[in-house]
Each structure stands twice: as structure tokens, then as C-alpha cells.
Design a protein around this ligand. Structure first.
Ligand code: KIV
Ligand code: ZN
Length: 497
């Protein structure tokens, strides 16, 4: 039988402490509703005493969200607890999260106190919170650096005072996974009344071990995990919700489950990232842009044969439509053919060979080749049929320089070279081309478009040229827009005959 691990989401409290990521109340409600539909058990909605804005957000989230428990953070201070209780008054299910530092550092340098006094304050705060709500969670701040014996003493005392959940934060992200797991086990084995409360983990990622520590915690008996979407939070962040959920799902041998609807993970991640203006690193596990992207030829071939060769998670399970085969200079023909087939092109072997050659030439210049680029590549077969081909283009331009271009073209077997200048590099190159043609032509229209988004993008150039009252259309695409422009010009000129 699988046991449930409760998901306590603190995106709106610890996550929101990230500088520059503050949300207004309306945005917080949007995130809280997304968390509710994701299936989290507890939403830590804020720290009500910290500001009127936080207070108001806790009030409004309490009204807007009905299924999860709504939790408000406090210090072990009466006023904090009163304010939190007031902010939570509309919540259907409410929890006060109170606590105090228990490590030598916190007791000595932050609280200027001693161990006995801290036990007393911890007990008092839990008892006081119990006057307002039934569900009281206690946090032993910096538990990660608190010696186990003393931590056990504090935890036993707060459970006796009525704490329903005991939170063991690795506030500074210091612990090793084994050490953190042993800490949880120590509490399980040495706190007499531990079965009267749920043990919670709250791990920070300063050494990149938040998820590992959290998993070690649940393996050793914790049944609540405090997490944030995308792992956002103070400094290097908190444990990320999506990682813990998918680890438990992938490792069914642990016999632990959550109630998270994993198909909503990706959309929730995008929502939080965009509202908080906090981009997700591309290689972030589960929700990063590259989490399901395969770019090496060997991996692409393996994934095309059977997804599970290189993927332990079906992207659809986290709400990502499909794994993506990223076409790069290392991609093989199989990957290119696969992508072209998805785009509706079934090429003969010769056409595929020719396209693959063009594709490699493009991929050498561009980091990744996208669908739009492929469409252009396929449309660019006619380049080879042009009777005017660009063989060389050399441009000098920049500040305090007269833009100058030298072009060499092959036209009906002749190789022709000219140099021109103009008000910019394209104008200079066109002026050079014009010296090489006998006819008088006039540029009617000239349009440059980026195909995708990046600065490494391909530029598409559409041109219309007028000659003796007739219009000729030219097109080309290249990562170098000056080259694309000259090629498009030559394409139109080729048609004049
Ligand atoms: O990291 C921490 O210790 C916390 C507590 C306030 C729970 O965020
Ligand atoms: Zn924290």
C-alpha cells in the first residue's frame, strides 16, 4: 500500500521572497487557484504580519481557494499569531505556521537567548496559536544545523503543546542527504509522541541538494514536503515541487504517492515563471525548455526507436505535448526525415540527401534548426537552378566607415566581380550587383523578416524588381541577412533572363 506525502506549497511565501519577483494580490490569487487545481494539500499564502499587502493576499486567497489548507507564517510572537489568525478568518481549512530558530547560531547570535528559553518560547507560541486554530505547524528554523538531541527535545515539547505538523527546515541548505535523512529518523525514533504529528521537510538549495535532502527525509519518515514551483525561493531556492512529485512517481518502489495532477505541472510552472518574471533555466529538471529535448544524433535515433531508451518520464505526464528532437549539426538523417514527416514532407532518398546537405550547412551557422527554417530549406531548392549564383560577398561596414561591398557572381558560365558602395551594407552590395548586369532595374519592394526569435535567426528576404514595366519576384533565406538580400536580388534578376 502506498502512503501519501502531503504537498505543502510555499511558492507564495518562501518563493515570493525572491528579490524582484513580488506579485500583487490578483496575481497571487491566480497562482493559488492554479496550485489548487494542481492538487497541492497546503498553500502557504504569505506572512500576514510582514506587510498590509501580504495580509490582504492571505485574506483574498482564503476566500478564493477552498480545497487546500491555507497557511499563514508567523514568528513565535503573539502579535504575529493574532494577525495571521485574522488574515485566515475566511479560510475553510486553516493553519498557522509558527516557529523559532533552534541552532546554536540562531539561539546565540540572532535571538540572544539560550536553549531552555527557546523551548519555552516554542511551546508558548504553539499554545497561543492553538487558541485560534486547530491545525498548528511548528518550524524549528535552521534545524539542519541543530544537534539532533536538542532538536528532539524541542519537537517533543511542541507536539505536547498541540503542534499537528513539525517542520524540520534545512534553512541554509547545509545538510548532506544522508545526514538529513538520519535527522528525520532520529526524531522518529527518539521523540516519544512523534506519531501525534506529521514530520515535514523544508529544504533549501544552497548546495544543490534540496531535492535529494527532501527525498531522503521522506524515505526516513517525513510525510509532508515543503516545496515551490520551479524551485524558486530565497538565495538558491527551495525544493522544487515538480522534482519531488516526479521522483516519487518514478520510484514506485518507495511506495509513496502525492495527490498532484502531474499533467498540470508544466502549465503551472509557466504561469509562475511568467507572473514572477523569473525564467526557468533551460536544463531545469522536468520543466526546463530542454528537459525533453534530444539533440545528439545517437540519442535522437534511440528516442525515435523507443522513447524509453532515453526518457524516464513521458513528457505528456507533466503536460508537455511531446519530446522534441532538436535539430542541430549533430542530428542525423533519421531525425531530419522524422521532423520533415511531421511537417508533412515525405522526401525521396535523393531529395532527403540534398536537404540534409543544406540542413548541415545551415546547422553549422545556427544553434538549432527549427520547423520554419526547414520550410525555407525545402523551398530553397530552386537556388541551384538560378542562372546567377552568388560566389563571394565581402562587406565592410560599421561606424565611421563608408559601407562597401564586393560581390562575385557566376552567370551563365562567366565569373563577374564588382565593388560598390552605398548608404548601408545592403545598398552597397546591390550597387555592386547592378554594375554586373546590363539591364536597368528598379527595386520595387524589399522586405526582411526574422523567421523565429533569436539573434542567430534566419532572415527571409522578399524582393520585387521592376524591369521594362514587368515585376520580378525574388526570395532567399540565410542567417546572414546581407547574403539573403543579395541572393534574393539575384533570384529576381535570374528570372528576367
Ligand atoms: O527556511 C526556513 O527555515 C523557513 C522557515 C520560516 C519555515 O522558511
Ligand atoms: Zn525557507
Amino acid at each position: 500500500m502506498e502512503e501519501k506525502v502531503q504537498i505543502f506549497d510555499t511558492t507564495l511565501r518562501d518563493g515570493e521572497q525572491v528579490p524582484g519577483c513580488q506579485l500583487n494580490t490578483v496575481e497571487k490569487i491566480e497562482v493559488a487557484k492554479a496550485l489548487e487545481s494542481l492538487g497541492v494539500d497546503v498553500i502557504e499564502a504569505g506572512f500576514p504580519v510582514s506587510s498590509p499587502g501580504d495580509f490582504n493576499s492571505v485574506v483574498e486567497i482564503s476566500k478564493a481557494v477552498t480545497t487546500p489548507v491555507i497557511c499563514g507564517l508567523t514568528r513565535a510572537v503573539k502579535e504575529d499569531i493574532e494577525v495571521a489568525a485574522e488574515a485566515l478568518k475566511y479560510a475553510k481549512r486553516k493553519r498557522i505556521h509558527t516557529g523559532i530558530g533552534t541552532s546554536f547560531y540562531h539561539i546565540t547570535y540572532k535571538l540572544n537567548s539560550n536553549q531552555d528559553e527557546i523551548v519555552e518560547r516554542a511551546v508558548e507560541s504553539v499554545k497561543y496559536a492553538k487558541k485560534f486554530v486547530e491545525d498548528v505547524e511548528f518550524y524549528a528554523e535552521d534545524a539542519g544545523r541543530t544537534e539532533n538531541e536538542y532538536l528532539a527535545r524541542v519537537i517533543e515539547a511542541v507536539i505536547k503543546a498541540g503542534a499537528t505538523v513539525v517542520n524540520i527546515p534545512d534553512t541554509t541548505g547545509y545538510c548532506l542527504p544522508e545526514e538529513f535523512g538520519k535527522k528525520i529518523l532520529y526524531l522518529k525514533e527518539n521523540v516519544k509522541n512523534i506519531d501525534k504529528a506529521i514530520i515535514s521537510t523544508h529544504c533549501h538549495n544552497d548546495l544543490g541538494m534540496a531535492t535529494a535532502n527532501t527525498i531522503s527525509g521522506v524515505i526516513n519518515g517525513a510525510r509532508q514536503v515543503e516545496v515551490t514551483i520551479n524551485g524558486i525561493g530565497e538565495r538558491a531556492g527551495n525544493t522544487s515541487l515538480e522534482e519531488v512529485v516526479m521522483i516519487l512517481r518514478n520510484h514506485s518502489d518507495l511506495k509513496l504517492r502525492t495527490d498532484i495532477n502531474s499533467k498540470k505541472i508544466y502549465s503551472t510552472s509557466r504561469l509562475v515563471s511568467s507572473l514572477m518574471n523569473m525564467p526557468v533555466q533551460p536544463n531545469k529538471a522536468i520543466v526546463g525548455r530542454n528537459a525533453f529535448a534530444h539533440s545528439s544524433g545517437i540519442h535522437q535515433d534511440g528516442v525515435l526507436k523507443n522513447r524509453e531508451n532515453y526518457e524516464i518520464i513521458d513528457p505528456a505526464d507533466v503536460g508537455v505535448n511531446q519530446s522534441s528532437i532538436i535539430l542541430t549539426a549533430r542530428s542525423g538523417r533519421a531525425a531530419l526525415r522524422h521532423r520533415l514527416e511531421i511537417l508533412g514532407y515525405t522526401l525521396s532518398k535523393e531529395d532527403l540527401d540534398r536537404t540534409y546537405k543544406n540542413f548541415l550547412a545551415l546547422a553549422d551557422k545556427k544553434k538549432d534548426v527549427r520547423d520554419e527554417d526547414l520550410e525555407i530549406l525545402l523551398g530553397s531548392f530552386n537556388k541551384e537552378d538560378r542562372n546567377m549564383k552568388l560566389e563571394l560577398l565581402q562587406v565592410v561596414c560599421g561606424m565611421s566607415t563608408i559601407p562597401t561591398a564586393t560581390v562575385r557572381i557566376r552567370s551563365n558560365g562567366d565569373v563577374l566581380t564588382a565593388t560598390g558602395s552605398g548608404n548601408g551594407p545592403i545598398d552597397a552590395a546591390f550597387s555592386a550587383v547592378k554594375q554586373l548586369i546590363k539591364r536597368k532595374v528598379r527595386l520595387e519592394e524589399f522586405l526582411i523578416q526574422a523567421i523565429t526569435q533569436g539573434s542567430d535567426d534566419m532572415g527571409k528576404v522578399h524582393i520585387q524588381v521592376e524591369s521594362r514595366g514587368k515585376i520580378y519576384y525574388g526570395f532567399s533565406a540565410n542567417v546572414d541577412i546581407i547574403t539573403a538580400s543579395v541572393e534574393a536580388f539575384l533570384d529576381a534578376l535570374s528570372k528576367i533572363g
